[in-house]
Ligand binder design. Structure first.
Ligand SMILES: Cc1cc2nc3c(=O)[nH]c(=O)nc-3n(C[C@H](O)[C@H](O)[C@H](O)COP(=O)(O)OP(=O)(O)OC[C@H]3O[C@@H](n4cnc5c(N)ncnc54)[C@H](O)[C@@H]3O)c2cc1C
Length: 483
């Protein structure tokens, strides 16, 4: 059944959360949905944002709801077929299948960000044109309060000003969300609900840049020795030392015609970030990767682009506790509800691959609360906040503790992490009633909420602490007896 108030929505940001929310609302019968997106198109290729996503069971709750999981599977590499080749500095190669620690785990799907966003966009273009319109190259520049309504001011590609007075505003405009910042400005005198609370992590501040390579680039000068699109690669450099050694990381791609992207992730003080000209970059790469036929792999234009690109930095884990606000009575068409979804409300480095999955889960849970409340925003939005807040807080903590050392920032800390990981794995297999696996593994179980995973992880830490304390006490007392 459709209610008369289920219309007039403005979604700011057409990334995974925004387009997912548009489809979810349209499927629930909402109409007159406008998505404002500042980029020129859904599949717009930005070299330094061309990372791959792994859509796991959590993200698939939404793609299942939207009936899109089979299409997702068609354009992705499944986690069950994840093969990985390590290429050493001397050219030696070793291919392994990514071990699957939990055989019950739902298959996850690897695909580039642009392909994923395009999947949602195509669904809108093919089936929901009557209820959803997307305005590309249109940027929200201001949000104004008018008694019981909010007015959204946007600027279109031809510099025209557009103005909307919607029933529902979805803030899915990423880390620097104008929606969240505006709510924060309005409320900062009386509350910090929309201020981002930040939490340190060893992976925060790491710099990254992406090199774009041809689809099946040559791996050596031998004829026919080409990279396979569905294979992941880690290519180690000839250099040693914290500020010289680098690695090219390539994730698998289903489409053999699509260019490959090689991620370079390293400390801000690394030599590669000091290189300013294309000649310097070219020389560095040649010395770093003598095992690769670089001239055949990377075009001079790409080297020049890489040299001039500013790259990106991993953000600090952060979230805001406020997820919604309501003015007036949106159900009576006299008011506006605002909700924050995805990175606009919680953002962190990509260590545990939950950025996109948590954003999609936000949309899924919002749909559940809308379903429970006949889409009454005044009831649904507070209910959503209450349901989601504890999980967001737990998620940010999980990002801090789960695997921030994976980028080789500190070999000793990485080894200690591995020790902790395998200790928990062994103990949980032997004594499952007392110990849980490491949180990095638990996150892969989409049936557990982030709060449940954190509680299990903390419980195991406590038991390990008590056991460790007991062992120390026993050692001390046995030493005393000997003396
Ligand atoms: C280097 C890197 C690697 C990552 N790797 C992974 C990974 O492996 N796995 C994973 O799960 N996550 C990863 N993430 C995180 C993931 O990309 C985000 O969590 C995810 O994109 C969140 O989706 P979103 O829709 O909330 O926000 P976004 O994807 O940021 O989308 C926001 C959209 O809003 C638009 N926008 C912003 N402001 C305005 C405005 N004023 N007007 C109009 N439009 C606007 C933007 O153009 C953008 O399209 C990675 C992030 C980075 C930086």
């Amino acid at each position: 059944m459709n209610y008369p108030y289920q219309k007039n929505v403005v979604i700011i940001g057409g990334g995974p959360a925004g387009l997912g929310a548009a489809l979810m609302l349209a499927q629930r019968g909402w109409t007159e949905i406008t998505v404002l997106e500042k980029r020129p198109s859904a599949d717009y290729y930005e070299p330094d944002k061309s990372f791959s996503y792994q859509i796991d069971g959590r993200g698939q709750k939404l793609t299942d709801l939207l009936g899109l999981t089979p299409k997702l599977a068609d354009v992705s590499v499944p986690s069950t077929d994840f093969y990985f080749t390590l290429i050493q500095k001397d050219g030696k190669r070793q291919t392994t299948k990514l071990p699957i620690a939990d055989s019950q785990r739902q298959t996850a799907y690897w695909l580039p960000r642009a392909t994923f966003v395009e999947l949602f966009y195509q669904e809108i273009a093919q089936h929901w044109r009557d209820s959803i319109r997307i305005l590309f190259q249109t940027t929200c520049i201001e949000i104004k309060q008018h008694q019981e309504n909010l007015t959204i001011i946007a600027q279109s590609r031809d510099k025209q000003q557009l103005s909307f007075t919607p029933t529902l505003v979805v803030g899915s405009d990423g880390l620097n969300s104008i929606v969240r910042q505006t709510l924060h400005q309005w409320e900062q005198e009386k509350s910090h609900a929309f201020a981002m609370q930040q939490f340190p992590s060893p992976s925060t501040g790491l710099k990254y840049k992406v090199l774009t390579l041809p689809p099946q680039f040559p791996l050596s000068d031998k004829e026919g020795d080409l990279a396979q699109s569905t294979m992941a690669y880690a290519i180690r450099s000839n250099f040693k030392g914290r500020n010289q050694a680098i690695s090219l990381g390539l994730l698998p791609l289903k489409n053999p015609a699509q260019p490959r992207t090689a991620n370079i992730i390293t400390y801000p003080e690394h030599k590669i970030w000091q290189l300013e000209t294309k000649e310097e970059v070219e020389q560095f790469l040649k010395q770093a990767f003598p095992q690769l036929p670089l001239e055949k792999m990377i075009s001079p234009e790409e080297i020049a682009r890489f040299a001039s690109s500013g790259g990106g930095k991993f953000p600090i884990p952060q979230y805001c506790s406020g997820l919604y606000r309501i003015w007036g009575q949106p159900e009576a068409n006299q008011g506006t509800g605002v909700i924050l979804l995805g990175d606009a409300a919680h953002c962190f480095p990509p260590d545990i691959g939950q950025g996109v999955n948590s954003a999609l889960e936000d949309v899924y849970l919002l749909q559940e609360t809308l379903a429970q409340t006949q889409d009454h925003l005044s009831e649904a939005l507070p209910r959503y906040e209450k349901l989601r807040q504890p999980d967001i807080k737990a998620l940010i903590r999980l990002v801090q503790i789960s695997y921030p050392w994976q980028y080789n920032q500190d070999p000793l800390r990485k080894r200690l992490w591995s020790l902790n990981f395998f200790l928990r794995l062994l103990l949980s297999r032997g004594l499952p009633f007392l110990f849980n696996p490491h949180s990095f593994l638990l996150i892969q179980n989409h049936q557990l909420s982030y709060s449940e995973i954190l509680a299990k992880s903390n419980r195991t830490t406590q038991v390990l602490g008590i056991l460790g304390g007991l062992i120390v006490l026993i050692l001390i007392s046995s030493l005393r007896i000997e003396n």
